[in-house]
Design a protein around this ligand. Sequence first.
Ligand SMILES: Cc1cc2nc3c(=O)[nH]c(=O)nc-3n(C[C@H](O)[C@H](O)[C@H](O)COP(=O)(O)O)c2cc1C
Length: 383
Amino acid sequence: MTPENPSTELLHELVLLASRSPSPHNTQPWSPRIVDGGIEVSIVPGRTLPAGDPTFRDVIMSLGAWIESVAIGAAEAGYAIDVEVLPALSELDSLPISGPADSTRPVFRVTLLPAATPEDASANASDLRPFTAADVRERRVYRGKLVGRPEVFSQLDSLQLPPWLSVRSLDDRAMQQLSTLGIAFTASRATVANELLHWLRLDPRHPRYGRDGMTDAMLVMPKPLARIAAPFTRRARLRDPLVAVAGPLARFFEGLGRDASLSSSTVDEVGAPTHHVLVANSRAAGIDDILSVTEAMDSRIGVTEPHALEAGRVLQRLWLHAHRQGIAISPHSEVIDSPAAHGALRKRLGLARSDVALSVFSAGVAQTRRVPRSPRLTDPSAQ
Ligand SMILES: Cc1cc2nc3c(=O)[nH]c(=O)nc-3n(C[C@H](O)[C@H](O)[C@H](O)COP(=O)(O)O)c2cc1C
């Protein structure tokens, strides 16, 4: 029998499970606090990306993934969840650039409700797919070679996406061009490049190697290259000259890429990874009355923050769906972050003004025996 109120122990377990959710640069920007019968979550300013993610799009999507992970764990324990979005989620511009979370300004509250039936619990976990806590723990991103299985993303009915979200496909040649353009953008903007270097952990001697950020293993980086690059991630004073040298070079390549038109062949070679774009339609999301249009514009993401949070839940389901079928994901936010790549992407997909690209990712079978696991602040070894 399910107890009326969830135990504090269960809430702690759910927080631990949700810590396995994906986040940009593995920043883990959530700060959960257990309150009466539920969990309140605040954002950690020092774990946001003011240069790379100034609109908070990726931070909010990762919080959505966090909620979905809780919903899956709660459903397994016989609970449904209720999510109350709090005003602070739409006031993120007032967050400081660094520092700890302010627990008096949570952005949402998750409450556990005893589910009348197991079906209720899983329905509340957003649809009826059978994701488990083990899936949440085992899912991982892979940035090495992927061999595509196009059928995995061709049939998504079982995920019951809300009508305002859709998944579009992008061909491999175009994706390669757009990603190169996006990487050149990242490398050429000193603040964005510096921020990325700050979150890289390329040497096990890095003090935060087992806690957060992206390790050499996660990036599938050859050891000699990691050894050469590691000092630049650990010492801020080495970073500036590197970024200063890389900037003009990257800007040059960005210029070349911006002027080139996308390859016209849209037929992928056999074995190429597949590429997907999560697109929100602000009209279908009901963002067409004056008030909500203003809210969507204020958010700078193109959809309101609560919509971005919901999209993050869907993103986690998409990535878990892939994981269940033996497919790994490699996200490519740089394609949205670079104005040139973003513009070319919109044109390629024929997006309307009301369409907002929220996530770009590649998918396929990882060509490795073991996909490296990313660290978390909650890992026993990180304590
Ligand atoms: C909204 C969002 C955007 C992301 N964008 C990128 C990206 O552009 N490039 C990348 O390599 N990883 C990206 N990631 C993946 C994270 O780096 C990854 O989740 C994190 O390193 C933890 O690894 P794991 O997902 O394997 O546990 C993104 C994750 C989220 C949630």
